[in-house]
Design a binder for this molecule. Sequence first.
Ligand code: MG
Length: 203
Amino acid sequence: MKIIAIGRNYAEHAKELNNPVPTTPVIFMKPDTALLKDNKPFYHPDFSEDIHHEIELVLKICKEGKHINEKFAADYYDEIGLGIDFTARDIQSRHKEKGLPWELAKGFDGSAPISNFIPKAQFEDLYNLNLRLDVNGQTRQNGNTKDLLFSFEKIIAFVSQYITLKKGDLIFTGTPEGVSAVKPGDHLQGYLQDQKLLDFQVK
Ligand code: MG
């Protein structure tokens, strides 16, 4: 399986990092070794002084497709969950300055904690879902999928022009504003519509 992630998919987050609001989706990938499941602790790596949390809605792809038409793209994901796109912001900033790829900032081990997945049919409106991240009991990020720049269907249509999607692939759909650094000892709790799906420690 592979993990595809979308950058700058909420305008207010693009602005907080002084990035332009994109006109086509910004795509990057994480290796499967980035996955962290079952609310296992995240071990803060020592190569970064500035690991940021980015809470994101994650789509699980349910069948193979290439050149998927946006009109049919909803048939290609049947479950959703929450994930954290941990980002070594200091490394990413240095790489952005030099025009270098982001993998070391985005793809390191444990950089993709994910929750259990829930059938999307259980939600009334996928474009009015609240996602929230609390750190040590304080809300840091509180967004809603109504503010997505590129819909889930647009993302699937766009990505599948270039990369075949396969059953089990995950798509991180971007983070709302409020990203900030985590440190060992922090307790992260992620909520989708008031349902707690993520609950783990930084060590
Ligand atoms: Mg992200």
